[in-house]
Design a protein. Sequence first.
Length: 308
Amino acid sequence: MENLQKGLDEYANKNYQESIRYYNKLISLDNNFYPAYANCALSYLELNNFIFAHSYSLMGLQLSNYSIRCYRILERIYKRFKMYDKIEELWKDAERRGTLNNWLQRSEGLIKSLNSKPWYDNEEFKFETQLLVENHSKIVGELKNLLEQDFSKDTENLTDGNRGWKKFYLYHKGVKNEENCKRCPETTRVIEKIENATSHVYGQIEFSKLEPGTHIIEHCSYTNSRIRIHLGLIIPEGPEITVGKITKKWIEGDCIILDDSFIHEVHHRGTEDRYILIVDVWHKDLDTDEKRLEIIDDEDKWKYKKSF
């Protein structure tokens, strides 16, 4: 695996030709080693070489037994070369082959055994949504005490021009942000009644700000182990969210619930900032400690056990 690591290092340093050399060494030793083809495709993509990027990615896809990761690489290639008409058929092929349950649900860490749908009714998470709605005014009051500089920019590069989407974390992947929670004691008291959320090691609890004119591009989360609750805090005219090709609008003082492992995007065509509280909770099928620990990576298990 020395050549693989050297290839990855060269890719990270933007020495794409060198990375290709190391990956091809791997292929010469084992022409069935699909990660070498997949990574080689990414290096050729950075060199804007469609023919080689495409051919290596197709070989990697076949050798990987049609893995989600290799489908994602092909999607990146089609997007780079503006071949958008190929993308829908690509993911429908993934569904036909059994890689995905639904071509619109594209999480790389997909747990296929979980029931899935893009949208949920509030009654399906009655305790969580009622608690949040009942405390709407308290939460908004603390939100209004935060300053512009308290919000951090989106770091996932998911907005046009990398602007317009900002966050204030209370919990991040099962770890409490003590400083931020001290600034929002009432909100913290509310969310800490939702163990289903604070214990989620792949979830977030955060204030989310969306500025006018912002477009959050189509994307999906890495995991389908979580369901995402949005509490509408300050909702002007203009913003809307599309999940699994179904579009909805936020309602001030109420919740909407979605599965963000389905492709989704956001548009804000209004003139004022939109604020919501995002609360990620465990998928309903993961309703015991045993089921949750089974799908949590070993390096993250300590965070879940700490929440007991």
